[in-house]
Design a protein around this ligand. Sequence first.
Ligand code: NAD
Length: 369
Amino acid sequence: MESRRSFIQKLGVSAVGLSGALGHTNVFAGNTSIPNNQTLKVAIMGLGSYGTRVAKAMKTCTRAKITGVISGTPSKITAWQKEYDIPEKNCYNYENFDAVKDNPDIDAIYVITPNALHKDQVIRTARAGKHAICEKPMGINAKECEEMVQACKEANVRLLVGYRMHFEPNTVEVIRMRKEGELGKIMFFQGQSGFRIGNPNQWRLNKELAGGGALMDIGIYAVNGSRYMVGEEPVWVTAQETKTDPVKFKEGVDETIQFQLGFPSGAVASCLSTYNMSYLDRFYLNGTKGFVEMQPSTGYGPIKGRTHNGPLTEPIVTHQTLQMDEMAAMIYDGKEPIAPLDGEEGTKDLRIMDAIYEAVRTGKKVNLG
Ligand code: NAD
């Protein structure tokens, strides 16, 4: 059996991402699995709270660099130019960013705007001949995602979704354990994802911009997690919604949804998505030979957990730093993460979420093709 480290190394955790976390100069010195060092030159679109977090994390990237910005707020552009040394010619707004087509300083656009804007922005990115990195949820339904995948295919550019957990070392270790049979046959997954949302006027509580409520924003972690933890695609969905505050959570904006997924092997998942409970960030996976419990499981970290063998002890990393270095290696070196995160994968999550909303609406079990 492979050692944990060599497995992680093969699967996509960059030497630098880990060595930084371990405080070593280079734990994988001599590693030849990274064939070239081409830097991914990224323009960030949407300079809000998560865009800012990504940008700060990218300061320590070795393969990815911020070279441009796209924003509707001139004062933010000026501040970012200063902080990230971005020349005027690499600054765009939402009206003129198609001109990025002729800018060799930008290889990819990272779309970090409200959910309902992702589709058009990714399609415009593709038509400008640039790779698209898109925040979750990739779109607000599967149909949008399919159009996005098609546009990126036609333009021959990559479409990657910002699923940072797919690179997180403890998560990668759990997926390795499951893949190598250390948990036996997987029987059950529980994913609980939620937080108490504040300001009632934010875009997350506006259906037009958010596409839904908690499920779109945070419940998606349980949806996506159920797929990489169980290692199968669900074939049926049931779901129930509860709403305690219909003023804050208007029509089409879900506060709390419980949903269940059934998998071809007979494994089942029981999940909860909410905007009205604190400290809800827990994954539990049960197999015939073992279990994994992670809490927190998808927050910014440190991710903590234990298995039937004891605590998870993989290195603590800055998720977004690792993600961007690894995405550069995906785009330039053909490297792939242990759990894929391209446009087709983002689409699969939205297909499940469409089915969850349908199950809530009809009260019926929804079969997935
Ligand atoms: P935010 O409100 O802090 O930032 C959104 C940005 O989009 C702002 O700069 C805003 O000015 C800009 N924007 C452009 N057009 C807009 C419009 N029409 N209405 C409102 N804002 C507009 O939000 P955020 O928390 O940064 O979330 C942005 C995206 O990132 C969302 O899709 C969210 O799901 C995702 N996100 C992902 C993670 C993660 O861990 N992967 C974490 C947080 C957010």
